[in-house]
Design a protein around this ligand. Sequence first.
Ligand code: ZN
Length: 171
Amino acid sequence: MNSAGPTAYGSPCRVCGFDWTRSPRELIDEMNLLPATLDDLLEGASGSERRPDLEWSIAEYLCHVADNLRIWAERLVGARLGPTNLIGSYDQDELARARNYSTIPLAAALWNLRLGEAVWASEVNQALIDSSTLAHPEVGTLDASDVVAMTAHDSLHHLEDIRTILAHPRS
Ligand SMILES: [Zn+2]
């Protein structure tokens, strides 16, 4: 297993408690519940709720998670279809600025997340079957289970951020 995630966040993650040793299948099952979990959690929310100690509002976190899932799915498609499994890095803050996350309504962000999770689940399943690997310029070789763990962690970590904001909203 690639150690980038546990090294950066702790094992388990110091913030969200994510267990890096969970199986890819278990993580995909949990991720498949994420859109419905968020729909329920955010009933009555505006999406603009935020806390001063967290970078983004709820809707902005959703935009980031959705984009991240689609980007990783796209990377896996690239590796599958070739000619190379070498991926480029992207700057999540620059993407947030370019897409102007703060103007995207909550309902649209939830729609995007549902689509992102679906393509992510489809592509990580295929990558596990194919034993695909990605060559990441900063963290090195990632096998399919590393990709599942890194992307599931990003999503579930921000789900915790959203729960924290909802528990103590301050705008
Ligand atoms: Zn975490």
